[in-house]
Ligand binder design. Structure first.
Ligand code: NAD
Length: 370
């Protein structure tokens, strides 16, 4: 089976001749929590492959710490307890985790379950009075996403989404250059996001759990990337779907979608989202006076790229480590990230996804108001 991680590793491997730091010895590798300010005490819900990656990355955090787990599998809980020194009183399952409201030693719950479960779990976290961090896609449509935003607002807790690229140094440098006018008027973005998905029985190919296909899982990177690279919100979308394997990619599970976004300043984005091709992780931004390329653009790292001014040399980071430290600052100090990572930001992506699906069905242009 070829997993997304395998894919990402393949992409990284294709740069093997270029000397670079491995993500594991990235420059933000600082060791255990050692912060002057408050430390964000996090429980991870969903101890699967990405939950494990986040837990490992959090070992290097200075402002955030893994202190609890929520899982339906008792053996996973005991393994994690041993591995991350998690006390029994901070362990929950999906039935009893509402009791977390009585636990003063947990500040936030990071929901890393299949997409279709994010909505209900985040709302329960909010009702328990804890900050919610949720993986992308935040929900399976904009209506559910908005309900999550409203529930967190009502409960007076923060809702943040695992948009780890919003803290990635080369990405941020391109955004800085664009804001400084170094590309001139931006006219075009290309986003290629895809990998060849394996096991047909996995939740990613089950509509109830995934909410859709490649678009929900990987295409969202090109949507979100187009927005932060161009720096505007799209006003229309067109989209075309192709499906070569309807047996594997059933009704409601998109295999490949090409889509285009139009922006108010005149720029257009042309993007590909697919579960059927490897080696697709590339952003290209073009302006009147210059360009930027990221490839890999959104994998776990190292992110690599160049602009018309030369190679991008910003530090290689472990994305999830930086993300969690930055989220601690957002939660405790109201720090404003360069690109937002809150629920409203995620609802915009979900509105675009809804419109892409609508455009596929309708065959024409769908107007957007974000
Ligand atoms: P995974 O299958 O490896 O893990 C999912 C976890 O949820 C498992 O531990 C599973 O036991 C648990 N779970 C709870 N209820 C379940 C149910 N009813 N059916 C199936 N599993 C259930 O998946 P993953 O790759 O860790 O993805 C989890 C989330 O993280 C998804 O929303 C995904 O989009 C997101 N993700 C984000 C990134 C990123 O880079 N930000 C990368 C990978 C995954």
């Amino acid at each position: 089976m070829k997993s997304r991680r395998d894919f990402l590793q393949t992409v990284v491997g294709s740069f093997a001749t270029i000397p670079f730091l491995n993500a594991d010895c990235a420059e933000n590798t600082k060791g255990s929590v050692q912060s002057d300010g408050p430390v964000l005490r996090v429980a991870i819900m969903g101890l699967g492959s990405y939950g494990t990656r986040v837990a490992e990355a959090m070992k290097m955090c200075t402002r955030a710490k893994l202190v609890g787990v929520i899982s339906g599998t008792p053996s996973k809980i005991s393994n994690w307890q041993a591995k991350y020194n998690i006390p029994e009183k901070n362990c929950y399952n999906y039935e009893n985790f509402d009791n977390i409201k009585n636990n003063p030693d947990i500040d936030a719950v990071y929901v890393i379950t299949p997409n279709g479960l994010h909505h209900d779990f985040v709302i329960r976290v909010a009702k328990a009075g804890k900050h919610a961090i949720c993986e992308k896609p935040m929900a399976v449509n904009a209506r559910e996403g908005q309900e999550m935003v409203d529930a967190c607002k009502k409960a007076g807790v923060k809702l943040l989404v695992g948009y780890r690229m919003h803290f990635e140094p080369k990405t941020l440098e391109i955004i800085r250059m664009r804001k400084a006018g170094e590309f001139g008027k931006v006219l075009f973005f290309e986003g290629l996001s895809g990998f060849q998905i394996g096991d047909p029985s996995q939740w990613r190919l089950n509509k109830a759990l995934s909410g859709g296909g490649a678009m929900m899982d990987i295409g969202i990177y090109s949507i979100n990337g187009g927005r932060y690279m161009i720096g505007e919100e799209p006003i229309w979308v067109t989209a075309q779907e192709t499906k070569n394997n309807p047996k594997k990619f059933k009704e409601g599970i998109d295999e490949t979608i090409l889509f285009q976004l139009g922006f108010p300043g005149g720029a257009t984005a042309s993007c590909l989202s697919t579960y059927s091709m490897n080696n697709l992780d590339r952003f290209f931004l073009n302006g009147e006076n210059g360009y930027a390329i990221l490839q890999p653009a959104t994998g776990y790292g190292p992110i690599m790229g160049r602009t018309h001014k030369g190679e991008l040399t910003q530090p290689i980071t472990t994305h999830q480590t930086v993300q969690m430290d930055e989220m601690a600052a957002i939660i405790f100090e109201n720090k404003k990230p360069v690109v937002p990572v809150d629920g409203d930001e995620a609802v915009k992506d979900l509105k675009i996804i809804d419109s892409i699906y609508e455009a596929v069905k309708k065959g024409g242009r769908v107007e957007l108001k974000l």
